[in-house]
Design a protein around this ligand. Structure first.
Ligand code: ACO
Length: 334
């Protein structure tokens, strides 16, 4: 097999569950209010998976949306990567379940990867690397979550944040040129205790004993401060630029993980990048972790803001704590 050493995204699809949970609904469940949630986060509503709807179901629906919109067959997919913190099971992988449901040939590889809210960008980086190796040519990448299944709806500090959704892209070998322009990964496991889900009693991390609640536990303030402090410098490094920062001449659309609008605003301000060239999905979807970046990107594609030739900076950050950024050239129309 020849080694094209070039890749691009050739299709995108998304899916969100039908049920909407608004801030007004949450007012009936915990001691909170729309004004607090919008002021502190920017979130207005989120989608909630049905009791019998799991991450693999969301992936299958997102892939069907991709096939329908871009007239794509999955018969020659040779690898499936699912970035998720909420797999249907610890094992088998969500990716293997998706392979079977979509009738993708058994010759394709399938695996899940765990990098929380940076997961989709990590998976894109892996897909790009696999294609550059010359060993794979067509990779189906998902960022998908059913976070509301691990959200404690008696804890007002977390339950207002999270939602469910899935995004899928195809990454294919490109004979022309490489559209993956630059990337950067980082990990800071010394801060792992700031956001976690623990399923093991009395498990210790960084000298701290974690409680087994079965739900997401986080020190929101610490995650917030870390992101706002570190993202601008990491992004400058990704762009190989320590003077100008993130400018519109280099990036058409900045697509950060949609955790909280109040985190995105100061990051844009520090980078000198206009908020209106930033895409986020949090207003309608809340924080959907690995799904948030493809949901935001697809919104921009569908409404015609993102056009072929645009340079996109995708930037994920979250539990780990970890970050992943990818600068790429978009080549699709809606
Ligand atoms: N409604 C009303 N009041 C609330 C609510 C709520 N939903 N939640 C918390 N409060 C109260 C608190 O009890 C506290 O009250 P007190 O002052 O009387 O003690 C007050 O509001 C302030 O609480 P803080 O936690 O300090 O509020 P903060 O301004 O930091 O906002 C938030 C909290 C929104 C969670 C913010 O810290 C945040 O977004 N952090 C980042 C979290 C995040 O993005 N996590 C995901 C990372 S990605 C991943 O991998 C999943």
């Amino acid at each position: 097999m020849s080694n094209p050493a070039r890749a691009r995204i050739t299709a995108i699809g998304t899916y969100v569950p039908e049920k909407v949970l608004t801030n007004a609904d949450l007012e009936q469940m915990v001691d909170t209010n729309d004004e607090w949630i919008v002021t502190r986060t920017g979130i207005r509503e989120r989608r909630i998976s049905a009791p019998d709807e799991y991450t693999s179901d969301l992936c299958v629906a997102a892939a069907r949306n991709l096939m329908q919109r871009y007239d794509k067959s999955l018969d020659d997919v040779d690898m499936i990567l699912v970035a998720t913190t909420t797999p249907d099971f610890s094992f088998p992988s969500t990716a293997a379940l998706v392979q079977h449901r979509l009738n993708i040939p058994t010759t394709a590889g399938a695996m899940d990867l765990s990098a929380a809210c940076a997961g989709f960008v990590y998976a894109l980086h892996m897909a790009h690397s696999f294609i550059l190796s010359g060993l794979h040519r067509k990779i189906l990448v998902f960022g998908a979550e059913t976070l509301t299944k691990i959200t404690d709806y008696t804890d007002r500090s977390t339950c207002v944040l999270f939602g469910d959704g899935a995004g899928a892209v195809l990454v294919e070998a490109d004979e022309e040129r490489d559209r993956f322009l630059a990337y950067r990964l980082m990990s800071d496991g010394g801060k792992g205790q700031h956001i976690y889900l623990n399923a093991t009693p009395d498990r210790r991390i960084n000298e701290l004993t974690l409680t087994d609640t079965g739900y997401i536990v986080q020190n929101g303030r610490e995650v917030f401060k870390w992101a706002v402090r570190t993202l601008p410098e990491e992004i400058r490094q990704l762009l190989n630029d320590d003077s100008e920062g993130l400018t519109e001449s280099k990036v058409d659309w900045f697509i950060p993980h949609s955790a909280n609008l109040r985190m995105i605003e100061p990051v844009c301000e520090k980078l000198g990048f206009p908020l209106d060239r930033t895409l986020y999905s949090l207003v309608q979807n809340g924080n959907t972790s690995a799904a948030s970046i493809p949901l935001a990107l697809d919104r921009g594609v569908r409404d015609g803001r993102v056009k072929s030739g645009d340079r996109l900076l995708l930037y994920g950050f979250g539990a780990g704590l970890v970050q992943a950024g990818q600068l790429l050239e978009w080549t699709l129309e809606k």
